[in-house]
Write a protein that binds this ligand. Structure first.
Ligand code: 5CA
Ligand code: ZN
Length: 418
């Protein structure tokens, strides 16, 4: 499907720093070390409702990765999906007497607008599940052929399942113990109780058509895809095995990223070797509201589009979301937006000064902080101290306000000149 509009990203003077990120699989900070073309897959929305600030915060974190790669001179191949067929979408369409296709199109269009508003760089490829159904069918077919899939023992609905331990290293990505896996599998879209499965943790690959549900004809039988195989096929077919970063919110560490990795590795293992699906699994913390994780099912949501309609400044919204560390679970509040507005005011004032302290040291500090697992609080504090000095009349570098404005734009995605 169509991505959203690109943005010009200014070049930043000085020396970029190699990025290190926390990897969920090895539970350690790791150098990202991409080749000339850096490859990233970030799990996209399920478009049954508008983009909330939790989604926005997660996409902003990976937007910073993109910007640091551009700063380091890489080409970036960034793929993001849209889960435009899945249970939550069908349930919402049913509840609201809406057509699921129309609902998905409407919410995806709104998501694009929200991303543009927040100056998030568009993925190179923005791919819907529905448009990739033939790829998914092909992947399930191959998994069946290599023994990494089986039919449920159910004559009415012989759905196709993935034996969770097909690769022999199940659990390497999330590192959860069995009790945690069982609980999260049940909580996040799994079907541990489904009769006919060989093991409660086996995951759905292809759901045979039920009356009244959308389905696609195929040699597997008419049906629709499971959730994890969607991202597995989309990523594998565009980025290949061993791409640099698989990203999403921490709620995707299990089951979603564990299984999407296992599906691809089971298939590739049969053909090639044991390269991991992704070299690094990065997860953003959960944004909460009123003390709980912001989620569509709980209904405690603050939408980007509502703030947009209220006339919120996109730069302030972006700054508010970046004021906490991306991995920390954190609470949204109106005060956060007010504080960000004040901070932005100081940055804007500094950027319009006729002179200021030289930009080089501050840019070096911004890069150091961002390269260190996206330490945005550190990077923002570095800009704060430069702006404070500039706004008290210190510094006689006439280029500095413009150079800093360019760096703030390129590295943080914030336009202080608007
Ligand atoms: N379509 C799937 C991924 S393939 C999905 O999880 N969609 S979603 O709409 O539920 O979430 C989209 C992204 O936002 C995911 O990366 C998810 O981890 C992240 N996310 C959801 N809720 C929050 C939250 N409260 N805080 C931070 N990130 C969140
Ligand atoms: Zn996904």
């Amino acid at each position: 499907m169509e991505s959203w509009s690109p943005l010009a990203v200014p070049r930043v003077p000085g020396t970029p720093r190699p990025l290190r990120l926390y990897d969920t699989a090895t539970q350690s900070l790791k150098p990202v070390a991409p080749g000339q073309t850096a490859r990233m897959y970030v799990c996209g929305i399920t478009p049954y409702d508008a983009t909330h600030l939790g989604h926005a915060a997660t996409y902003l974190a990976f937007d910073l990765v993109y910007r640091l790669w551009l700063d380091a001179g890489h080409e970036v191949h960034y793929v993001q999906n849209v889960t435009d067929i899945d249970d939550p979408l069908l349930e919402r369409a049913e509840r609201d007497q809406d057509d699921w296709v129309v609902l998905a199109m409407r919410e995806t269009a709104l998501f694009r607008e929200d991303m543009e508003f927040l100056r998030v760089l568009p993925p190179t490829e923005f791919i819907g599940a529905v448009e990739t159904i033939p790829e998914i069918i092909e992947m399930v077919r191959k998994l069946l052929a290599c023994g990494a899939a089986y039919r449920a023992d159910d004559p009415d609905y012989p759905d196709v399942y993935f034996p969770h331990n097909a690769t022999g290293r199940f659990g390497y990505e999330s590192n959860y113990d069995v009790e945690t896996m069982n609980a999260l599998f049940a909580e996040r879209g799994g079907d541990p109780e489904r009769p006919g499965k060989r093991h409660p943790l086996d995951a759905l690959l292809w759901r045979m058509a039920r009356p009244g549900e959308p389905s696609w004809d195929s040699e597997l039988g008419a049906g629709r895809p499971g959730w994890h195989v969607e991202c597995s096929a989309i990523a594998l077919n565009r980025l290949g095995l061993g791409f640099d970063i698989q990203g999403g919110g921490s709620d995707l560490a299990f089951p979603h990223h564990e299984y999407s990795a296992a599906h691809a590795e089971a298939l590739a293992g049969a053909l090639a070797g044991d390269e991991p699906f992704a070299r690094l699994y990065a997860h953003a913390g959960m944004i909460g509201l009123n003390g709980q994780k912001m989620s569509k099912s709980r209904g405690n949501l603050e939408f980007v589009s509502r703030l947009r309609a209220d006339g919120a400044d996109p730069a302030a919204l972006r700054l508010a979301l970046l004021s906490g560390h991306y991995r920390a679970d954190r609470q949204w509040s109106g005060e956060l937006l007010d504080e960000a507005g004040q901070r932005l005011g100081a940055w804007r004032e500094a950027a319009t000064r006729s002179s200021a302290p030289a930009a080089e040291d501050t840019i070096a500090r911004m890069r150091d902080h961002l390269a260190d697992d996206l330490d945005t609080p550190g990077a923002l504090a570095a800009v704060d101290s430069w702006a404070r000095e500039a706004n008290t009349g210190r510094g006689d570098d006439r280029e500095a306000p413009g150079v800093m404005a360019g760096a703030i734009d390129a590295l943080l995605g914030i336009d202080v000149r608007s």
